[in-house]
Design a protein around this ligand. Structure first.
Ligand SMILES: Cc1cc2nc3c(=O)[nH]c(=O)nc-3n(C[C@H](O)[C@H](O)[C@H](O)COP(=O)(O)OP(=O)(O)OC[C@H]3O[C@@H](n4cnc5c(N)ncnc54)[C@H](O)[C@@H]3O)c2cc1C
Length: 461
């Protein structure tokens, strides 16, 4: 390892990886160091997967950290639509963003993503959009390439093999401090106490490193902007109920503005024939969903999320979301599952009542309970209204058998004040990906890496 690098990249998730790929392609002689607190892709093993035990709360989570970042065990749904997966449309014009999405998508294909794209310009989608709008629902046409959880890991392994020896990589080491002097970045300090200098630093710590980045930003006097918090439930229904949409679009994105509160409620991460899974984030259990390329269940699951932007004086959306998730964990010892019929009847679900459901829960260790003790009235009302609206398009969604798992919370990082190239208020320090609060999906995180790398190369000329 050198004492000085041209660029140091903190984090080897999609954002950091795509920055590195861009450097390798356009400036092969550049000295780049990647620092990753997790393990290399082949060593990433979660005890839950290996021994089927419950989460051991490892100091560094193998699911979220390591080569490939949070994307490594993800479902690998590449959203190719500019309005989905982040806020990059606020930093560049539409045409440029579309070009960059195409550019990174091509790289994913080159490393093994399937050619097939779902929801690609078919007339049925326009017909569906018009039909659905009569029920107060907005359908956002989206194009999705589905890698699938198993293939995601193989793809990331291929990229890892490609970058090997073209950049230096330090695993199981974290950047503990960003060093700056006179308004310019100078390098980083690592958790083992070593200091490495560099001309540029790109921080790409993902959601798992967002709190660390926030602390660094406060210490460095950088401006932080609030992002929303998304709170809701994961809904599980028989796959046939969702077929009218999922047979046409792989990832139907529906938006609904609730009558009572005028809140924005949206579907998120639809998993046709998929499984509901638990997710452990910094001491809290929340819920998520997966679908596999090779393995199918009889159910489809999706999240219904309500977005809230808090206004002055409240500035802690992440703490609020954690509070709600903690309440569910407190009452249910983890994730709670409830039949929609029980929720509407004002009673908790019990194991016996869940057994009477025509839907077999795919998440086996969720605790039957009562979500009305967890979610504020506002969120529950928003969710129930959206289920009613969806039921008019897909009869069966609002059935008493429908299963609701709670809670699903999306903590978006505080957003740093950035230029259009994602440079912070400190010269030479770039912040990208989910950790910088500007993206929330694989494709936009990857695009942010390309943009930062190109900006650095441009400023060196
Ligand atoms: C279960 C799950 C399923 C998902 N499914 C999808 C999907 O299907 N489609 C989609 O588009 N998106 C999906 N996502 C979201 C997607 O994975 C993220 O948007 C994406 O990975 C963000 O990329 P990133 O590089 O910004 O951050 P990350 O992928 O989170 O990577 C950040 C990396 O930085 C490392 N790091 C953090 N702090 C430090 C530090 N101080 N020093 C060194 N290293 C550090 C972390 O260990 C991590 O490896 C999913 C996420 C999860 C958790």
């Amino acid at each position: 390892m050198r004492e000085h690098y041209d660029v140091i990249i903190a984090g080897t998730g999609p954002a950091g990886i795509f920055a590195a790929l861009e450097f390798i392609k356009r400036a092969p002689g550049l000295k780049v160091l990647m620092v990753e607190k997790g393990k290399d892709i082949t060593q990433r093993r979660c005890p839950m997967m290996v021994r089927e035990v419950s989460c051991s709360a490892c100091p560094v989570c193998a699911i979220l950290s390591g080569w490939g970042g949070a994307g490594a065990f993800s479902d690998g749904k590449l959203s190719l639509t500019k309005d989905i997966g982040g806020y990059l449309n606020e930093y560049m014009e539409e045409g440029k963003l579309n070009e960059l999405i195409e550019y990174v998508d091509r790289i994913y294909i080159d490393f093994g993503a399937p050619e097939k794209v779902y929801g690609d310009g078919r007339p049925e989608i326009e017909q569906l959009r018009q039909y659905i709008s009569k029920e107060d629902l907005i359908l956002i046409p989206s194009r999705v390439r589905h890698i699938g959880t198993e293939r995601c890991r193989e793809l990331l392994t291929r990229i890892r093999e490609f970058v090997n020896e073209k950049v230096d990589i330090l695993f199981q080491e974290r950047v503990s401090r960003i060093i700056s002097k006179n308004g310019r970045v100078r390098g980083v300090k690592l958790s083992d106490g070593k200091t490495i200098s560099s001309d540029y630093v790109i921080v790409a710590p993902g959601r798992v490193g967002a709190q660390w980045l926030e602390r660094q930003a406060r210490r460095l006097g950088l401006t932080l902007l609030n992002n929303p918090v998304d709170i809701g439930v994961r809904v599980e229904v028989p796959a046939s109920v969702m077929e009218p949409l999922t047979s046409v679009m792989y990832e139907p994105k529906l938006v609904y503005y609730s009558k009572t509160f005028d809140d924005r409620v949206r579907t998120f991460c639809v998993n046709p024939y998929g499984e509901v899974v638990k997710e452990y984030i910094k001491g809290l259990w929340t819920v998520n969903g997966h679908s596999y390329a090779e393995h199918r269940t009889e159910n489809t699951n999706f999240a219904l999320l309500v977005s809230t932007y808090f206004t002055e004086p409240f500035k802690e959306p992440i703490a609020y979301g954690r509070y709600i998730a903690r309440l569910a964990n407190f009452l249910g010892k983890g994730v709670i599952v409830q039949r929609l019929g029980d929720l509407r009847a004002g009673r908790r679900s019990t194991p016996e009542r869940i057994k009477k459901s025509i839907i077999t829960p795919t998440l086996k260790d969720a605790m039957p309970g009562d979500l009305s003790f967890v979610l504020p009235y506002r969120y529950l009302q928003d969710i129930l209204e959206m289920l009613e609206a969806m039921d008019r398009v897909m009869p069966g969604i609002n059935s008493r058998h429908t299963l609701l798992y709670g809670v699903e919370v999306k903590f978006y990082s505080m957003r740093l004040k950035l230029t259009e190239d994602f440079e912070t208020e400190i010269k030479g320090l770039y912040a990208i990906g989910d950790g910088a609060g500007i993206t929330r999906g694989l494709i936009q995180a990857s695009v942010s890496g390309v943009v930062a790398a190109r900006a650095i190369l441009g400023s060196r000329e």
